[in-house]
Design a protein around this ligand. Structure first.
Ligand code: NAD
Length: 254
């Protein structure tokens, strides 16, 4: 299949040095776009991935900065837009679970104020914060945004009550931003089920098997599967906005 040539397009992917973000960076850059990889300041994966992808002939740059921190996040966006000379595509993908093991909804005592605050600012408010900082450049280019939600944002349990709430929030903010930035900028979200990334790598085998058993397609969702959907929503999908697309191999249907 011939893919759309994205030469001349400029993209920013948050949490772009790992998993779904990295697969998206790679796909956009392989199609010719210049891609800024956002990563945490001290995360060695940022420089490693920029060096690896640059060596492979792709046009990527580093965009360090914590999306959870007001001020830092906006400065990262502004610097990146200035460096690239504009912005066509934004992927709000950085996220955390905030907990090593899932916290069952019945275990209210384990859900702390600190966990709520960390998840809210990292997974939810960051989506608005980054989009707000990028809105002017995206409007100027007639660009698009894709946010990474989760099946826990559309009804599944997820790793904790606050995690699921932040991802439901991403679904809601996606709709509001689509309204707010129309007609210039389309805004959509993807809602992955369990994806084979560093995020899930250490999960117990039985938790991974459970997802596989429930999958109708009978294989684990790969980061490249999600990247393909994100790329479609960014670069095609001319009449799709405000939507959240579930990508889980049919897991939520079974
Ligand atoms: P990952 O851990 O491989 O990648 C997430 C990246 O985000 C990491 O590089 C991390 O350092 C970065 N990050 C975290 N907090 C940040 C911050 N404050 N500022 C900048 N960068 C930050 O995980 P992944 O599976 O690729 O997850 C990507 C997104 O997909 C997340 O939003 C996650 O909630 C969502 N998601 C993942 C799954 C899954 O099963 N893997 C399922 C549903 C949704």
């Amino acid at each position: 299949m011939t893919h759309q040539d994205l030469t001349g397009k400029k993209a920013l992917v948050t949490g772009g040095a790992s998993g779904i973000g990295l697969a998206t960076v790679t796909m956009l850059a392989e199609r010719g776009a210049q891609v800024a990889i956002n990563h945490l300041e001290g995360d060695p994966a940022g420089a490693e991935q920029v060096a690896r992808l640059t060596k492979a002939g792709l046009n990527v740059i580093s965009a360090p900065g914590n999306v959870a921190e007001p001020g830092t996040a906006e400065a990262m966006v502004e610097k990146t837009i200035a460096k690239m000379g504009g912005l066509d595509y934004l992927v709000n993908n950085a996220g955390i679970s905030g907990t090593k093991d899932p916290i069952p909804p019945s275990n209210l005592d384990e859900i702390t104020e600190e966990l709520w605050q960390a998840l809210l600012t990292t997974n939810l408010i960051s989506v608005f914060r980054i989009s707000k900082a990028a809105a002017g450049a995206l409007k100027a280019s007639g660009g698009a945004i894709v946010n990474t939600a989760s099946t826990s944002g559309v009804g599944l349990q997820g790793s904790s009550t606050p995690y699921a709430a932040t991802k439901s929030g991403v679904v809601s903010v996606t709709r509001s931003l689509a309204r707010g930035l129309a007609p210039d900028v389309r805004v959509n979200a993807v809602a992955p089920g369990q994806v084979a990334t560093p995020w899930t790598a250490d999960w117990p085998q039985e938790r991974k098997q459970m997802a596989l058993d429930k999958s109708l397609i009978k294989r684990h969702v790969q980061p490249e599967d999600v990247a393909e959907l994100i790329t479609f929503l960014l670069t095609g999908a001319a009449m799709i906005t405000g939507q959240t697309i579930v990508i889980d191999g049919g897991m939520t249907l079974s």
